[in-house]
Ligand binder design. Structure first.
Ligand code: LER
Ligand code: MN
Length: 273
């Protein structure tokens, strides 16, 4: 059965980012639990930032799981990514992600690589960048596997990466790896921009699917845009997906309204099929 989650950002530099709750983990966890979410997804400044949180206590008090941890702070705070022309910066990006894999694994949660994948450029042409990304996914995937978890790779829309923008490209990339511990993240906002058909894109991801960012066409809460969720729920059910549908949406008009709208939509989309 698909489970519900809601995002919480603790990164000052991502204050305007698409996260439902910002800054206050304790209040976010309380609201998430009161509304009936199964889990929270945490976007923290670093691995140390995750370990400094009273996460174990909050999860236990509120009966929540940790759905996933983001790694994008490496990009937004330190400007790191896996396709940087500078080998030292690429290595630092990998260390940053590996540490977050370890911190998440302590709670059974996978880490997500989204913006940290970077992009190809004149300095690092397409084939070279894809090779760098594959090599990092091999190493980091194996590392996640050794910690009893998986690594989640997120294709992004064309304005945020030029590496993999569709689920088909993501699935091909994962098929080319020898590690079996990398999964795809289907973010419905990115898919709405890039896929010919969102349901077909989810079928392209198929067995590789490991996480879903549940959001509407305009990055607002599910139900506040023009996404057609019927075919999406049917495709997810067809692929046997039983991971999280995690709300990664702007807090418009505010966090609580966005979270409540999301859980209402989650119930009508996933609890009636
Ligand atoms: C990360 O999950 C993502 O989807 C990015 O577009 C957010 O900035
Ligand atoms: Mn996303």
């Amino acid at each position: 059965m698909i489970k519900s989650a809601v995002t919480v950002s603790l990164v000052e530099q991502a204050r305007r980012g698409p996260f439902v709750f910002h800054d206050d983990l304790s209040s976010a966890a309380r609201h998430a639990a009161e509304m009936g979410f199964d889990a929270i997804e945490v976007f923290a400044p670093s691995a140390a930032g995750i370990r400094d949180l009273p996460l174990a206590e909050l999860l236990s008090t509120h009966g929540l799981q940790l759905a996933a941890v983001g790694t994008g702070a490496g990009m937004v705070i330190h400007g790191l990514n896996l396709c940087d022309p500078d080998a030292e910066k690429r290595a630092a990006a990998e260390v940053f992600i590996r540490d977050i894999i370890d911190a998440g694994a302590e709670f059974g949660a996978p880490a997500i690589i989204g913006s940290m994948q970077g992009r190809w450029s004149e300095a690092v042409p397409q084939q070279e960048a894809l090779r760098l990304l594959s090599d990092s996914l091999e190493r980091l995937g194996d590392h996640a596997g050794s910690r009893g978890t998986v690594l989640i790779y997120e294709p992004l829309n064309r304005y945020e990466t030029n590496l993999c923008t569709t689920m088909k490209q993501g699935a091909e990339l994962l098929n080319s790896l020898s590690t079996t511990a990398v999964r795809l993240l289907a973010d419905l906002f990115h898919m709405n921009i890039e896929e010919r058909c969102i349901a077909s894109g989810l079928r392209d991801a198929g067995k590789h699917l490991g996480h879903v960012h549940f959001v509407d066409s305009n990055r607002q809460a599910a139900g506040f845009g023009h996404m057609d969720y019927g075919p999406i729920a049917a495709a997810l059910q067809e692929t046997g997906y039983d991971g999280y549908a995690s709300a990664e949406a702007f807090p418009i008009p505010d966090s609580i309204t966005t979270a409540q709208q999301t859980i209402d939509s989650f119930r009508s989309v996933f609890r009636t099929v």
